[in-house]
Ligand binder design. Structure first.
Ligand SMILES: Nc1ncnc2c1ncn2[C@@H]1O[C@H](COP(=O)(O)OP(=O)(O)O)[C@@H](O)[C@H]1O
Ligand SMILES: [Mg+2]
Length: 267
């Protein structure tokens, strides 16, 4: 038991050594934290501790709870969740259509949750392409005019028109350019909406149940088209769906349950 007894100075020496060792470990942990932070910097869109609460008192709903998400340029990601799990709420936060109760969102280096409302429309237009379950095309406009819609605040020019036409060709609608939505099938209308989402070269494309109104064959075709645009044009897609079959075809799947996001395998 000789080792258990020490002189006055030994405990102090021992403590000093321990403190140094702990400081070393802390520095290593902090270093790794910084590395992680830097890797996050590469993310085209990231959400940190994102929460959204609707209403208050008896109508209070926690639609999103402490969601963390980081998506790199060129990824194709699906978020799968049941009806009411918070999918639309998540996309609305990521696309700066609505503000979170807590947490932050960074798109292409811009912390949108800090941007004042009057400047947000421009960031939405330039950084985010939206695709919806019910297409949201303007019925009185042709396919080409619908694709050009997001460019309207800009000066109309030949280049924009050319790229809109090329996009319609890319989605297989060269022959339908002058048709109005009422003269197109559901699948064709969603193709127009996809071309519209791409026209300003957004950093990310968010799709809310993009196949929800389509039969399974047409839905699969729309998924194939989005996958092709992801591969060939390095477009970044985040789709949300309740459909496990639709989600399973993508590189990375997250699961949303009661507003909590779970990674489907290694972030
Ligand atoms: N504007 C709102 N006001 C109050 N509650 C809402 C609102 N939007 C959505 N919710 C609620 O938040 C939860 C998540 O909704 P939502 O994001 O639309 O889910 P999902 O798209 O997965 O069906 C649901 O319980 C829904 O009722
Ligand atoms: Mg929804």
């Amino acid at each position: 038991m000789e080792r258990m007894t020490y002189t006055e100075s030994e405990p102090v020496e021992e403590l000093r050594r321990k403190v140094q060792e702990l400081e070393g470990r802390l520095a290593a942990v902090e270093g790794r934290g910084r590395e992680r932070e830097e890797r996050r910097g590469e993310a085209i869109v990231a959400a940190r501790n994102l929460s959204k609460i609707y209403g208050e008192g008896r109508t209070r709903v926690v639609a999103l709870s402490e969601v963390n998400l980081s998506i790199r340029k060129g990824e194709f990601v699906a978020v799968q969740g049941a009806s009411g799990s918070g999918k639309t709420t998540l996309l609305n936060m990521l696309g700066a259509l609505d503000r979170p109760t807590r947490g932050r969102v960074v798109i292409d280096g811009i912390e949108t949750t800090k941007v004042p409302e009057r400047k947000l429309f421009r960031i939405r237009r330039e950084k985010v392409g939206f695709i919806f379950q019910t297409y949201y095309l303007v019925p009185t406009l042709t396919a080409l005019q619908n694709v050009l819609l997001p460019t309207m605040p800009l000066r109309a020019n030949r280049d924009l028109r050319d790229s809109a036409e090329q996009l319609l060709e890319l989605v297989g609608l060269r022959e339908r350019m002058d048709h109005k939505p009422g003269e197109l099938s559901g699948g064709e209308q969603q193709r127009v909406a996809i071309a519209r989402a791409l026209v300003l070269n957004p950093a990310i494309i968010l799709a809310d149940e993009p196949t929800g109104n389509l039969d399974s064959k047409t839905g699969a075709e729309i998924m194939d088209l989005m996958h092709r645009l992801n591969k060939e044009q390095k477009r970044t897609f985040i789709i949300v769906t309740h459909d496990a079959k639709i989600a399973s075809g993508t590189e990375r799947v997250f699961y949303l349950t009661d507003g909590r996001l779970y990674s489907g395998g290694g972030e």
